[in-house]
Design a protein around this ligand. Structure first.
Ligand SMILES: Cc1cc2nc3c(=O)[nH]c(=O)nc-3n(C[C@H](O)[C@H](O)[C@H](O)COP(=O)(O)OP(=O)(O)OC[C@H]3O[C@@H](n4cnc5c(N)ncnc54)[C@H](O)[C@@H]3O)c2cc1C
Length: 299
């Protein structure tokens, strides 16, 4: 099943993003989250692709296990960084062999320092649009790409950034998922600008539930999205009370999601950090949970 099919129904959906677990405890936590989310019928679940061989193997393994052991539609991330073309072909082949037909093609950041100098592998790719083309050439994949409501940190200006996003779609991307943000206007502006540029693929907002003061601080650092002053003022009074902060932060996130749904987004993509509680709460609160019976875990 393709992501584009799963997000094109007549009611909005949700999807979730995980990262490959580092150890057995992390693996158990991830699978608890997957099993809690499964009965809510996410449109798809994605697994990020990290730096380094072992993390990459874990992404392939985890995504393949989601394909075989669950009722969920998996999407594997793939990054171009530090890979030769031959290695990229092998990973894409491994995804196909595991029955994965959805790939999020991103460039990745230099290992160690995300803002450090980008050095392509001598036999590798330089930009995500090349990776989109490679994935499309190698199989019948549904391909997603990254989008940046406030521009990618390396882009000189919003117009250039939009042109790069359009180039990824022209290269064959079927949909885009946005970097996280803390107020909806930047996302909605980007969506309008994409349409104005003749680019009508779905753009899904990436949502990081605001559960801790750290998320509020780190979100803008990681994403380049501005930290709205009104939000700082609203949340400041809970700085010393994590329980109250979480409750208020979930209200903020739910309000933003409701606005995005009102604006007609086809789905919300939740960054889960391999936990399920906040996502389950939001999905229920927003009425996005499917009403289908719980699936019993095999084994
Ligand atoms: C939804 C989502 C999921 C992600 N998943 C992962 C993951 O699993 N693993 C991971 O490591 N990282 C992931 N990232 C982070 C991503 O790898 C970084 O943000 C990276 O810096 C940009 O990737 P990109 O695919 O947008 O790159 P690109 O589209 O290649 O853009 C990178 C920069 O180059 C510029 N550019 C693009 N094409 C050209 C061109 N032809 N000429 C000149 N400049 C150009 C762009 O404007 C931009 O500034 C994800 C990001 C998002 C939003």
């Amino acid at each position: 099943m393709k992501v584009t099919q799963r997000i094109s129904g007549d009611r909005p959906v949700f999807s979730v993003e995980f990262f490959p677990p580092k150890d057995e405890a992390g693996e158990a936590e991830l699978w608890r989250a997957i099993r809690r989310l499964e009965p809510l019928d996410p449109a798809f679940v994605s697994v990020t692709y990290g730096a380094g061989g072992s993390s990459r193997d874990r992404t392939i393994r985890t995504t393949a296990r989601i394909a075989t052991d669950t009722t969920l539609v998996p999407m594997a991330h793939l990054t171009a960084v530090s890979h030769s073309r031959a290695e990229l072909r092998q990973v894409i082949g491994a995804y196909a062999a595991a029955g994965i037909s959805n790939i999020l093609a991103v460039r990745g950041d230099p290992p160690g320092d995300p803002l450090g100098e980008w050095l392509p592998h001598p036999d590798g790719l330089t930009y995500a649009d090349e990776l989109v083309s490679l994935v499309r050439r190698l199989g019948d994949f549904c391909v997603g790409v990254a989008a940046f409501p406030y521009g990618h940190p390396r882009s000189p200006d919003p117009e250039t950034d939009l042109a790069r996003l359009v180039a990824k779609v022209r290269a064959g991307a079927d949909f885009a998922i946005s970097q996280l943000f803390l107020e909806p206007e930047g996302f909605l502006r980007l969506r309008d600008r994409m349409v104005a540029a003749g680019c009508d693929v779905p753009l899904l907002p990436g949502i990081m539930p605001l559960t801790t003061a750290r998320t509020l601080r780190r979100g803008p650092e990681l994403s380049g999205a501005p930290l709205p002053q009104a939000l700082v003022e609203r949340m400041d009074r809970y700085a010393d009370d994590p329980v109250a902060f979480r409750a208020a932060g979930m209200d903020v996130t739910a309000e933003m999601c409701a606005r995005l749904l009102d604006e007609g987004v086809q789905g919300l993509h939740f960054y889960t950090m391999n936990r399920s509680t906040a996502t389950v709460e939001l999905v229920r609160r927003l009425g996005l949970a499917a009403r289908r019976p719980a699936v019993t875990a095999p084994g």
